[in-house]
Design a binder for this molecule. Structure first.
Ligand code: V47
Length: 364
């Protein structure tokens, strides 16, 4: 029997598991990546997405602030990071950061997303004052700030445990952690691309420690460089295992590698088919993470729209100013309006739902 919308016979046993709500094995993940049946893979992911969220697709009214690109890590895939004193290195003062917040006080922003490099000199107090100062200016905003890599770095600089560092950040106003810095957990890839960076075990430990303190986090995977599909699947399975332990991940965001101005500028980056398959397979493998997000800044608004038919239920938000992807050659706009986000969701046959960081619905 041919299952509607699925052509590849190799996908049949996976269809049976998805229909029965069973967990997929790592080999299933590799079978899905190997399948030429893009629409079949998408159909399977949509079965899961529709079961979880129906026709809903989420977006958020948010603001991104990238406070500094000075970073000790020197990752080969990154066009954003600079060593202190290098051309293009920048560091916003607290005054600059607060001015960015004040510029947009008239907008109904519910989340400020704050990410930077691992700065060699800034003390923990700088980060605490940043959170407190933003909260003083915008008490209702949710601060989704500092990747697990930054948190581990801050803890080391301050000679504190990760748990104590997170507790201090939470006390100062931190609401949750963004999902960046996970890259790909494969030791082979990291030895070549980011040997100085926090290890996968360290990244997962920061995330799980945050979850245990009641702080939700997101998770990401940087794909489309030198990793194999088996290494992508391994990354997803390790996240799934961590989520089984703590349940604190809210959303998973596959990040499409942008090669321009990086140490890998000879690579092409992922194709549109790879983008869609990776999003769909993430939906299928991560049966315990509620949301799969297409970050339109990296994928482009058009592909993000199509991804809503491939297992995605969230297109991120208004953003307005983003540096990490644009320094790596992204041609996407700096921001999208609420009306644009709603329009692209509606046209994909979904119901636009404005959410806050914790996926609570914002009344229209
Ligand atoms: O941590 C670095 C990645 C991340 C490149 O949690 C690159 O909701 C592509 O994590 N090409 C930052 N990616 C962005 C990020 C993020 C974005 C949107 C939403 C959320 C969320 C998280 O970007 C970095 C790194 O993993 N990155 N260089 C590059 N050349």
């Amino acid at each position: 029997m041919v299952v509607s919308g699925i052509q590849d016979p190799q996908l049949r046993p996976i269809y049976e598991k998805v229909a029965a709500g069973q967990r997929l094995a790592p080999e299933d993940g590799c079978t899905l990546f190997a399948s030429p049946d893009l629409l079949g893979v998408g159909r399977l992911a949509q079965m899961v997405k529709e079961r979880l969220h129906g026709r809903k697709a989420f977006y958020i009214y948010n603001q991104h602030i990238n406070y500094s690109n000075i970073c000790v890590n020197g990752c080969k895939f990154c066009a954003f990071g600079r060593k202190a004193g290098d051309p293009g290195a920048y560091e916003m003062s607290l005054k600059d950061i607060f001015a960015k917040v004040e510029e947009r006080l008239h907008e109904p922003i519910t989340e400020i997303h704050i990410v930077g490099g691992c700065h060699p000199d800034l003390a923990l107090d700088f980060y605490l004052d940043m959170l407190k100062g933003i909260k003083a200016r915008r008490p209702d905003v949710h601060l989704q700030a500092f990747t697990a890599v930054e948190v581990a770095h801050l803890a080391k600089q301050a000679n504190l445990t990760v748990a104590d560092t997170l507790a201090a950040l939470k006390e100062a106003g931190l609401g949750s952690l963004p999902g960046g810095g996970a890259e790909v957990f494969s030791a082979r890839v990291r030895a070549s691309l980011c040997p100085e960076k926090l290890s996968p075990e360290g990244w997962l430990e920061v995330a799980k420690t945050a979850h245990r303190q009641g702080l939700n986090t997101n998770a990401t995977m940087l794909y489309g460089h030198m990793e194999t599909v088996a290494e992508r699947v391994e990354h997803l399975v390790r996240l799934r295992e961590a989520q089984d332990e703590t349940g604190g991940f809210l959303a998973f965001i596959p990040l499409a590698f942008h090669p321009a101005n990086t140490g890998l500028s000879d690579l092409a980056g992922p194709s549109a088919i790879d983008d869609l398959k990776t999003l769909a397979i993430s939906r299928l493998m991560l049966d315990n993470i509620p949301h799969i997000k297409a970050f339109w800044v990296m994928l482009g608004p058009k592909l993000s729209q199509i991804s809503l038919c491939f297992g995605v239920d969230d297109v991120d938000g208004t953003v307005m100013e983003e540096r990490i992807t644009h320094m790596a050659g992204a041609q996407t706009p700096q921001g999208l309006s609420r009306t644009q986000l709603q329009g692209l969701i509606r046209e994909a046959g979904c119901e636009p739902v404005e959410r806050d960081t914790l996926y609570r619905v914002i009344a229209a």
